[in-house]
Structure formats: C-alpha cells, structure tokens
Design a protein around this ligand. Structure first.
Ligand code: PLP
Length: 389
C-alpha cells in the first residue's frame, strides 16, 4: 500500500519532544514560565512589543475582536476566501462580518472592494494573508486610517512572511497567528496575537483569562487582601498550556529553516509546471515574500468541470490534495443568516472552483515531490485529452 501524502503536516523532531517532556516533569503544566517565553520568542521574531498566546488561532481572533471593541451592530470587513474563523470571530462579539471580494490576479482581499463596503458602522478590517502572502497592507492601512478603522491581520498562514521588507506582525494594529499542525509552526492547537499597542495588549490578557485581573494597579477595589482578584470584563479561558508553549518555543527555533524548505519546494513546483497550459501556479512576487503555507494550483476554465474527478483520482493515487477554501458566504450558516447566494463574490467563487492545494510541508522528500509532479501532470493530461475528443 502506497504511503499517503497529506496536503500539510507538522514537522516534529527529538528536541521538540524533549522540550515537552521537560515541562511534563516540571511543577507547572499551565500558567508557568513557558507561555511568556514563547510569547517573547514570537514577538522578538516579528519585531513587535507585545504578544499574547491563546488556545487556538480562532480564540486569538476572538480576543483581537474583543480588544478592538467589536460590539453589537459593528461591521467588520473580511475576505470571503478564508477559513470560517476569520468571519466567525466577528459574530462571537455580536458584530456583523461584511465580505469584500478578492483581487482578480491574487487570492487577497481587494482594497477597492473594501472601500465600497465601508459604512458608518464599520469598525475594523480583517485581511487574510492567503496561502502565506501578505495582503496589501499599505493600501489597507491608508484606507483604515482615513476612516478610523482598526486592522486585524489574519496571518494564520503567514508567520515569517514579509511585505516591502517588513515582517508580518508589524503590518497591522493586531496580527493573529495559528499553530494548528498544518500551519507554519505548531503547538498542537494554539494561536497568538501580536501588537505594538499597550491598550490592545492589556485587553488581550484580560480576555484570555475570564476578564479577571490580579494586578494591584488595575483593581477597582483596593487593599482588600492577598486573595483578591476582580472580574472586570466577560472573558473566556483561552489559555495555552505550558506543555504546548514548550513545543512552540522549540518550533520557533526552526521557523526560518521551515520557511526556506517550503520556499524551495514551491520553487521546484513552479519550475516543474512552468510550461503547463491547463493550470496555473502562484508566482514569486517582487514586493513581498510568502511563507508558503499552501501551494495552490488553478485549473483553466475548461478543466474546472473535471475538478472533482481530478481530486478523486489524486486521492486514489495517495496525494491528499485539499481545496482552499469553500468561500465563507456559501456555508449554510452564512447563507441562512445573511441571505447570501451563489455569485455574490464571483472572484472568490471562481478561485474556489478552480483551486487545488498540492502537498507542501518541510518533510516532503525529493521522491515524493517528483511523484506528485508526475502524477499531477498525468492527471491533467488525462482530462485534457478528454476535452479534445
Ligand atoms: C487555521 C486558520 C484559522 C484558525 O486557526 P485555528 O488555530 O485552527 O483556530 C483562522 N484563519 C485562517 C485563515 C486559518 O487558516
């Protein structure tokens, strides 16, 4: 039986395992020193002042929306071409996610579409760094400043990417990362928000632990006693454990190696497919680098009708390609709640219909890459011949 090749997977070595074991032998499995050390590692790497670890990327997005003050009736603009969590976090706060379609040349939110969706109720923008490519932050920030909006980057795909020489993490008011095993580094489940803003930072800390503070400076009732703490906001238990943070610290030591390896694989794919007429790949861009979380290929319109068969055949041949993403507005919950129909966001839908994500992760071997390239070319050829007959 042939080995199955997933579209993404974690990279864990013996030092990661030993780091976790050390915490398991220590006094604190949670609320110890590993979480702040992990936060320091990520904030130093990104070049930002503050970082707050969360139990998942989704929880981190929720925290960022809370810190941004998203409330009932506030509108927040995000991309339809994303994982549901980018929009759900707005709903968690009682706000309304508003979708703005993607660019025609790249899977990134189109700033001219954002501009059209801004109303008096708009409070924030959540751009998504799809597949690891930073969104158009100069234009987004300019628009946000003009209208007094907060920018929350959903950078679940793009830890380590750069935009005009600046690291992801420094490009928005708050930046959210995910450490799910398919992402750039992993803590099992986990997430983080980074920011340079002290006020956001304090709100993010409060929200992560039930809205409770023990900081004597911040207590409303002073001098009650050594046991005293106050719940000042309605927060959650969104803490990351020290077990997970230890894994995160160990993974952060390898982030540059991971991205280099991902970039090298992407370069190989692009070169191997450069003469392909039946599908396109993303290209390297001049003004920004991708973290290459995903490797999307786009079928030409004529092959789109065969996409399901192509995907099923690739799965049968052990290549577990995935599709990113079912646009947010096409999910039953969003259709039913907001009355979306097909064709509301034509560019995101076109992307969804033509996209296939090939396997991309640091541990892919030379042989596996070769097998993927050959098999994908064979499959495409098979259906192209069908088109011609
Ligand atoms: C993975 C992901 C999330 C959510 O992260 P979790 O850690 O799985 O909760 C949010 N947005 C995008 C774009 C993602 O890919």
């Amino acid at each position: 039986m042939k080995k199955l090749i997933p579209y993404a997977r974690q990279q864990i070595d013996e030092t990661d395992i030993q780091a976790v074991v050390r915490v398991l032998r220590s006094d604190f499995l949670t609320q110890g020193t590993a979480v702040p050390r992990f936060e320091d590692a990520v904030s130093r790497y990104c070049g930002v002042k503050y970082a707050v670890a969360y139990s998942s990327g989704t929880a981190a997005l929720h925290g960022a929306c809370f810190a941004a003050g998203i409330n009932k009736d506030d509108e927040v603009i995000t991309s339809p071409l994303t994982f549901a969590a980018s929009a759900n976090c707005v709903l968690y706060c009682g706000g309304k996610p508003i979708l703005a379609d993607i660019r025609s040349d790249l899977p990134l939110i189109d700033v001219s579409q954002i501009a059209k969706k801004i109303t008096k109720k708009t409070k924030a923008i959540i751009p998504v760094d799809f597949s690891g490519i930073p969104a158009d932050y100069d234009d987004i920030n300019q628009l946000a400043r003009k209208h007094g909006l907060i920018v929350i980057a959903d950078s679940a795909h793009s830890l380590g990417a750069t935009y005009k020489g600046k690291k992801v993490g420094t490009l928005a008011d708050m930046t959210v990362f995910s450490f799910h095993p398919v992402k750039l580094i992993t803590t099992g489940e986990g997430g983080m928000v980074v920011t340079n803003d002290r006020d956001f930072y304090e709100k993010l800390l409060l929200f992560r632990t039930h809205g409770i503070t023990k900081d004597p400076q911040k207590l409303l009732n002073k001098n009650v006693g050594p046991w005293y703490y106050e719940m000042q906001e309605l927060g959650f238990n969104y803490r990351l454990t020290d077990i997970q943070a230890a894994l995160g610290i160990s993974q952060m030591e390898k982030i540059e190696i991971f991205i280099e390896r991902r970039t090298e694989i992407a370069r190989k794919y692009i070169a191997a497919f450069k003469n392909e007429k039946h599908f396109k790949t993303l290209k390297f861009l001049k003004d920004r680098t991708s973290a290459w979380h995903l490797f999307p290929v786009l079928l030409t319109p004529r092959l789109v009708d065969y996409k399901r068969q192509i995907v099923e055949d690739l799965h049968k041949r052990g290549i577990l390609v995935q599709i990113h993403y079912i646009p947010v507005h096409l999910h039953p919950y969003y259709r039913n709640t907001f009355g979306y129909t097909n064709r509301n966001y034509p560019k995101a839908e076109m992307w969804y219909h033509s996209e296939i994500s090939l396997p991309l992760f640091p541990a892919l071997t030379k042989e596996e890459i070769k097998y993927i390239v050959t098999t994908v070319l064979e499959e495409m050829q098979k259906y192209t011949v069908k088109l011609q007959t």
